[in-house]
Design a protein around this ligand. Structure first.
Ligand code: CDP
Length: 202
């Protein structure tokens, strides 16, 4: 039996942490759909044409540590505005979502476009400053030489592009539960998300 949890929200709101923990708690599979766009973005940086890169994407392309850099994130948000790139990635995401045993997908348009009939929809947000601080800590921890101001500017630029694009813009689904993690620890945010999913399962 499939059971689909859609977790959407802007950059560095905590979707990844929450999604991994929810998937582990309920024994569901997890797909970070941002990695699909990051993998296409990385191929474009390497000289590929975006739509061809999206159509040729292989799951192995997602297992690449270098996809987490700020440059790849920017390239991802640029290719993500191209309707044919998005279209090329739909089937993979829907087939992952429909697998037996349950799935958590996190991204920007899971509850609105990819899985509008998902069993649970969460929209995870936090203030731009909180999100930039978290991403700054994450990148600094990995040894990346950057500043809070640079990361904040990057987050705001990607927010604007994600919100304003014509195809699958970043908006909460009408039936999504909103979770603002600005004032929450990771453990509190995870507990809140697990509660929402548990209620939908009973
Ligand atoms: O981890 P972070 O939130 O910084 O970004 P991500 O989830 O890895 O996504 C990178 C970029 O891919 C985003 O800025 C979006 O432009 C795009 N994306 C999208 O358009 N739709 C998705 N379902 C997932 C990501």
């Amino acid at each position: 039996m499939s059971f689909i949890v859609a977790i959407d929200g802007p950059a560095a709101a905590g979707k990844g942490t929450i999604s991994k923990a929810v998937a582990a708690h309920f024994g569901f599979a997890h797909l970070d759909t941002g990695l699909l766009y990051r993998a296409v973005g990385a191929k474009v940086i390497a000289g590929a044409e975006p739509v061809a890169a999206a159509r040729a994407l292989d799951p192995v392309d997602l297992e690449n540590d270098s996809l987490r850099t700020a440059a790849v994130a920017q390239a991802a948000s640029e290719v993500a505005v191209i309707p044919d790139v998005r279209a090329a990635l739909v089937a993979f995401q829907r087939s992952f979502a429909g697998r037996d045993g349950g799935a958590v997908l996190d991204g920007r348009d899971i509850g609105t476009v990819i899985c509008p009939a998902a069993d649970v929809k969460l929209f995870v947000t936090a203030s731009p400053e909180c999100r930039a601080e978290r991403r700054f800590q994450e990148l600094s921890g990995k040894g990346t030489d950057t500043t809070f101001e640079t990361v904040l500017a990057d987050v705001k630029e990607r927010d604007a592009r994600d919100h304003n694009r014509a195809t699958a813009p970043l908006v909460p689904a009408d039936d999504a539960v909103l979770l603002d993690t600005s004032e929450l620890t990771a453990a509190q945010a995870i507990a809140a998300a697990i509660k929402v999913v548990a209620a939908a399962r009973s």
